[in-house]
Design a protein around this ligand. Structure first.
Ligand code: ADP
Ligand code: MG
Length: 261
């Protein structure tokens, strides 16, 4: 099982939208996908149609050791896509984890115990670099970073990359950056264009070719409890996420070829 953390400590940059729709696209091409909602706000859970009354076991239970991933996972309306939901308990977890042994390795241990059950695990991280995100970075082989196409897009990135470096030096030497994806791109806005150019100039090939446009269908879909890919497969936002999934699969395939060689 490959684990991809979707992280950026900034809020509202498209982490959850990316996690949901990438997970759906990967499930659609036959992968068994687990989406782990690690944000106390639970937007990924709501966004795939798992309401608060259906969240019996949660990512909180997994982190404190009260449930395995298999016990906490629920099926979604998307075939092959399972979810470990988040509940508000998770907002206390940052503090509770401090006193537990192996406080950054708990998600990783849970994933190791679930080996073979899913092909891909996507972790939707909260907007912080606290213990929840550290658990995701420690558990993942790959990090996917959504960046909003706006003026301060790159601000805060060095802090995230610094955290990645510390994680590599300590708990997870194998952590790689799968890529950076620009989100909420507005074609008619010169600033968006400029930001995209700056980001490419600064980060180069790590930036995905696919740019996710600002598209109201992407923001409407969660209120229907559906991934945009199911809500409206033909909208520009969904089409972008299908292309992104293709790029992700391509990069993963190249990485596993390199490992085999
Ligand atoms: P994060 O998880 O980083 O906080 P979200 O994915 O929840 O970000 O996105 C923040 C808000 O912007 C949400 O209301 C979401 O529906 C909306 N949104 C995300 N991506 C797009 C997009 N490409 N076009 C339009 N709205 C978007
Ligand atoms: Mg989110």
């Amino acid at each position: 099982m490959i684990c991809i953390a979707v992280a950026n400590q900034k809020g509202g940059v498209g982490k959850t939208t990316t996690a949901i729709n990438l997970a759906t696209a990967l499930a659609a091409i036959g992968r068994r996908v687990l989406l782990v909602d690690l944000d106390p706000q639970g937007n990924a859970s709501t966004g795939v149609g798992v309401g608060r009354d259906q969240r019996e076991r949660s990512s909180y239970d997994v982190l404190i050791g009260a449930a395995s991933l298999a016990e906490a996972a629920v099926a979604t309306r998307v075939p092959r896509l399972d979810l470990v939901p988040a509940t508000v308990d998770l907002s206390g977890a940052e503090i509770e984890l401090v006193d537990l042994p192996n406080r950054t390795g708990r998600l990783g241990d849970a994933l190791a115990a679930a080996a073979g059950r899913w092909d891909v695990c996507l972790v939707d991280c909260p907007p912080s670099l606290g213990l929840l995100t550290l658990n995701a970075l420690a558990a993942a082989q790959q990090l996917l970073i959504p960046l909003q196409s706006e003026f301060f897009a790159l601000e805060g990135l060095s802090q995230l990359l610094g955290t990645v470096e510390r994680v590599r030096q300590g708990m997870n030497p194998g952590l790689e950056i799968l890529g950076v994806v620009l989100t909420m791109f507005d074609r008619r806005n010169n600033l968006s264009q400029q930001v995209a150019e700056d980001v490419r100039a600064c980060l180069g090939g790590v930036v995905f070719e696919t740019i996710v446009p600002r598209n109201v269908r992407l923001s409407e879909a969660p209120s229907h409890g559906l991934p945009a890919l199911i809500y409206d497969l033909r909208c520009p936002g969904s089409e972008a996420y299908v292309r992104l999934a293709r790029e992700v699969m391509g990069r993963l395939a190249r990485l596993s070829e390199m490992e085999a060689a």
